[in-house]
Design a protein around this ligand. Structure first.
Ligand code: GRG
Length: 322
């Protein structure tokens, strides 16, 4: 595909601000809405089959309650798209894609607990602890986290064992104090402090939000046996979209409604959190997010047609409304 056609396909894949609109497809266009909904259907089906309810039923029901509560399924879709870009198949990546969603979901469940962010709503329904109680919500989160790793190892087929080990290792460090957990600790410690600078904020979000997004992109590529050059490009792409994702999240917390978000809006201000909009203002935050998305896409443009889905997903990150 020549550069002009690639640019045109990318332009056509860009959703208008605030919504993802349907586009007619021909050979040179890419229908992001159709792509996301097709992948979501595949992910939902795989997630539904990933955990069945057995004795003791309550814990499995609690795990399924949050895992199957919807959500954008961005992390699994990034993993699948990155695996395909790197020459692999959906089947190779689906167990890891499901595991990423299990881990993401458990992090939301724990984040919603009264000891952490304390929210009653998530993905448009009552949070896990509001339905099952704090004790079961903690255990259901633990159950999802531990199960995710076994699920990858047991269910992944046609992947070199060394690649599988790399994925398990990457994912584990993305969750540990080197990733999500570390970012969350610093986030909790920063609440109510007004002297948090941009560098600290970046550290928090690179760990709390960025690490799992990066692991999502890279794990798909590793499963497919991507070379170092491609892994490096994808790392830059992932870091840029990870930060952009969090900046947009902060903006939406101010600009979107509780109904749109499916969780309580305006929480950052209430918790006296320093955020990108509080440091830069809303317009500058949006501009910075767009710059990061543009950089992410530029990193992948030498890959041509294959990179169209990941570039379109980058655009979706700034255009999303929840
Ligand atoms: C991982 C062991 C372990 C513990 C959890 C609570 C915690 C430690 C970390 C918090 C992580 C967290 C909640 C980060 C925020 C990430 C974020 C912006 C989530 C929203 O993601 P979306 O918009 O949500 O993709 P949906 O619902 O669409 O999936």
């Amino acid at each position: 595909m020549n550069t002009q056609v690639f640019e045109r396909a990318l332009r056509n894949s860009q959703p208008d601000a605030g919504q993802v609109i349907e586009r007619k497809t021909d050979k040179a266009t890419f229908d992001l809405k159709a792509y996301l909904s097709e992948k979501r259907v595949e992910v939902e089906a795989a997630l539904d089959q990933s955990i069945t309810v057995v004795y003791p039923e309550k814990i499995y029901e609690a795990m399924r309650y949050s895992l199957l509560a919807g959500g954008k399924r961005l992390r699994p879709i990034l993993c699948l798209a990155s695996c395909e870009l790197s020459g692999g198949t959906i089947a190779m990546a689906m167990p890891t894609a499901c595991a990423l969603e299990m881990i993401h979901t458990m992090s939301l469940m724990h984040d919603d607990l009264p000891a952490m962010d304390n929210d009653d709503y998530r993905r448009g329904r009552l949070t896990n602890h509001k339905v099952y109680g704090e004790d079961i919500a903690i255990l259901a989160g633990d159950g999802l986290l531990a199960y995710a790793f076994g699920f990858i190892v047991e269910k992944t087929k046609d992947v070199q064992p060394t690649h599988l080990l790399q994925v398990v290792s990457k994912l584990s460090y993305a969750v540990a104090a080197t990733g999500l957990v570390g970012g969350q600790v610093l986030d909790l410690e920063s609440e109510g402090k007004q002297n948090i600078d941009v560098e600290t904020l970046k550290f928090i979000h690179a760990h709390k939000t960025g690490a799992l997004l990066e692991a999502s992109v890279l794990s798909g590529a590793i499963l497919a046996g991507a070379n170092q050059d491609l892994l490096q490009r994808l790392t830059h792409y992932a870091r840029n979209i990870g930060l952009a994702f969090q900046i947009v999240d902060d903006v939406l917390d101010v600009t979107a409604t509780t109904e749109e978000l499916g969780k309580t809006a305006g929480k950052d201000e209430k918790a006296q959190k320093v955020t990108y909009p509080s440091l830069w203002g809303i317009e500058e935050s949006k501009r910075q997010a767009q710059n990061l998305v543009d950089e992410a896409k530029a990193e992948l443009s030498p890959l041509g047609e294959k990179a169209i889905p990941l570039c379109a997903i980058a655009d979706f990150i700034t255009a999303r409304t929840n």
